[in-house]
Design a protein around this ligand. Structure first.
Ligand SMILES: [Zn+2]
Ligand SMILES: [Zn+2]
Length: 420
């Protein structure tokens, strides 16, 4: 059902509003694709075999046939290759969106589309893309200033967008403010997202009160994370916005909010598999492994990997983590210290770049992203850690590539070529 990202695609736009269809068709044509515009879904069904589109973009509310009925009829036609089916509608209700996905459509975009992103949004769905974006890469404390201009000074926040279908946020340090500004600028609402919290240390949650979409009616969020003993994730989130610490409480959130306590477990959200593993850090801290369409993303922070000469070193724990991150396309990993810094910080709950490169190589990770940098490190120190990790990997002729992502940096993973 997915198409090759480089090739010219055949689109079929079905919309009773001809003017809207033609405006958007022009954007696709400008990007080098072929588009047929039809105002009648019945006629489109009659000509489906001849048109053989790679992708159908369909309105929902059409007089002769509802968009989802049209979708079901398309799927019953015996075609060589079933087209990707994307709903394009002015219905912004979460109910309609969910129902469309439950019925099996591949994507749901709302009108009006942004002309600058319309084509890339469609390709994100067609190519079943996983888009990872970094909004804050620092650990422990935000560090603005002249020594953080390359990598940025905000604390932990990474997003994962899955084929425009699901939006996951990992941690809510001060980087989430930057994400908030971005979403407001894009007018990306209504928004439905899961917010995965690794653990409730300040640098992973203290951006929450500044995430504006939480205060907007129509949005939907679920916070997921490990409870701290008896204290559930709902209380963990609401207590840090108690009026003693911050003048606005969670009662002011206008979005629909839910909470989910997690243990070490495996569960699914639609066709996405989520696995969690407890990490070696003070209190309960969870690492995440997300698998979608044979692509794997792992988020592991905060975690201490002991050096082999440290008395606490435990091979069982190391093997368990290697198994958890095995074969990841992208691993975002706590690499707080240089090796020499680590010697002074044993037992602080964070890892050195040497150990991180070692396990990423052993787990056959494709791309290692150094993350959660110490607040006392300058840009040049992060560069140095990247050099250290790269040297280790090259000396082993490892296939693992290593980067130190900057604030705002984006990684795009497309569906594996073998499935297209
Ligand atoms: Zn941290
Ligand atoms: Zn921590």
């Amino acid at each position: 059902m997915a198409a090759n990202p480089e090739k010219q695609l055949r689109f079929l736009m079905v919309d009773d509003d001809k003017a809207i269809a033609e405006t958007h068709a022009a954007l696709l044509e400008k990007a080098g694709h072929q588009v047929t515009v039809m105002t009648s879904p019945k006629e489109a069904l009659d000509q489906m075999a001849t048109l053989a589109p790679d992708c159908i973009i369909s309105d929902l509310m059409m007089p002769e046939l509802d968009g989802l009925e049209f979708f079901q009829k398309v799927r019953k036609i015996n075609l060589k290759q079933q087209p990707v089916f994307i709903v394009f509608t002015s219905k912004v209700f979460e109910f309609d969106r969910r129902r469309a996905f439950e019925m099996g459509v591949d994507g749901y975009l709302t009108k009006p589309a942004h002309p600058e992103t319309f084509v890339s949004d469609l390709l994100e769905i067609i190519n079943k893309e996983m888009i990872i974006q970094f909004w804050g890469v620092r650990g422990t404390l935000p560090v603005p200033g002249e020594n953080s201009v390359i990598y940025g000074g905000n604390t932990n926040c990474v997003t994962l967008s899955l084929a425009k279908k699901h939006f996951f946020i990992f941690d809510a340090g001060t980087g989430i403010k930057k994400l908030s500004n971005h979403l407001l600028k894009q007018k990306a609402f209504p928004l439905s997202a899961k917010i995965f919290i690794s653990h409730p240390h300040y640098d992973h949650i203290n951006g929450i009160p500044f995430f504006v979409p939480l205060y907007m009616k129509g949005n939907e969020f679920e916070f997921l994370g490990a409870p701290a003993g008896e204290i559930k994730i709902e209380k963990i989130i609401s207590d840090q916005m108690d009026s003693i610490y911050f003048p606005i409480t969670v009662k002011e959130f206008a979005a629909k909010i839910s909470y989910r306590d997690l243990a070490e477990e495996t569960f699914n959200i639609d066709d996405i598999q989520i696995q969690t593993q407890l990490l070696n850090h003070p209190g309960k801290c969870l690492g995440y492994r997300i698998q979608y369409n044979n692509q794997i993303f792992c988020y592991i922070t905060d975690h201490e990997l002991y050096m082999e000469d440290v008395p606490y070193y435990n091979q069982f724990d190391v093997d368990r983590l290697i198994h958890f991150i095995q074969g990841a396309d992208v691993l975002v990993m706590d690499s707080t210290y240089t090796d020499s810094e680590y010697a002074q910080k044993i037992g602080w709950g964070h890892s050195s770049v040497n150990r991180v490169a070692d396990i990423a190589d052993k787990a056959k990770v494709k791309l290692l992203c150094l993350y959660h940098h110490d607040p006392d490190q300058f840009d040049k120190d992060i560069k140095f850690k990247l050099e250290e990790a790269t040297e280790i990997l090259e000396s082993r002729q490892s296939k693992t590539r290593c980067i130190a992502p900057r604030e705002g940096e984006k990684i795009i993973l497309s569906a594996p070529k073998s499935t297209v």
